[in-house]
Design a protein around this ligand. Structure first.
Ligand SMILES: [Zn+2]
Length: 218
């Protein structure tokens, strides 16, 4: 079941890998599926992104049971599930180990609202406290630091982006990585000036009401 969605997840896994956001089999992706959003598709553990086939993608439920699939899911499947359980607005999650975002997570420094990408992800990107990879403690720390935003850094580990769909999650991962790079460069030459909060609110409102093509007939 969910064959088209499995193909889409595989396609985005390859994009994540080819963009250099992960090395080898690192990172993981998931997508919420089902008429009531009661399941999620999870990438398998330890299989190269360009070798994953639809039968390797797991269908899981919100109790963590495997509904379909023979493979072991990514060790971070509990982290993805906890985010879905706490955030009804989220339908796709990508977790990467991208270089500059991870560097910030090691310095335990959040990424402030230095550029529109961060503003539109819901505000400064916080660092979730460290916990062992694959642990429920890590899942809880991620949910807490994510709050009602779209992204969170994971201490000494990487980045998680939670979005409405895979396309937005992928673009979010690329955008945050670029902003983390810009931030580290800017910090290296002087003081950094984030956009002030009033202007951030103004930008969010402007994008919400004015950006993109107007729908005809409305
Ligand atoms: Zn990881």
């Amino acid at each position: 079941m969910f064959e088209a969605e499995k193909m889409q997840l595989i396609e985005y896994g390859i994009k994540v890998f080819k963009s250099g956001l992960v090395q080898g089999t690192g990172g993981n992706l998931s997508q919420r599926v089902g008429s009531e959003g009661q399941y999620y598709l999870m990438t398998p553990s330890g299989i190269d992104y360009d070798s994953i086939e639809p039968k390797d993608v797991l269908v899981m439920d919100m109790n963590g049971s495997i509904v379909e699939g023979e493979r072991s899911p990514s060790i971070e499947h509990g982290m993805h599930r906890e985010v879905y359980k706490h955030r009804e607005d989220i339908n796709a999650i990508i977790h990467t180990h991208s270089l500059y975002a991870t560097a910030l997570s090691i310095a335990r420094q959040p990424l402030p609202e230095i550029e529109s990408t961060i503003v539109l992800m819901g505000g400064s990107i916080e660092v979730a406290e460290f916990a062992r990879h694959g642990s429920m403690e890590l899942a809880r720390n991620v949910v807490k630091a994510l709050s009602n935003k779209k992204a969170v850094l994971m201490a000494n580990h990487g980045l998680l982006v939670a979005e409405k769909n895979l396309e937005r999650a992928f673009k979010g991962c690329l955008g945050i990585e670029q902003c983390a790079h810009m931030y580290i460069l800017a910090r290296s030459i002087g003081e950094v000036c984030p956009i002030d909060s009033e202007k951030c609110d103004e930008l969010r409102e402007y994008i919400r009401t004015s950006y993109g093509q107007k729908k005809k007939g409305n």
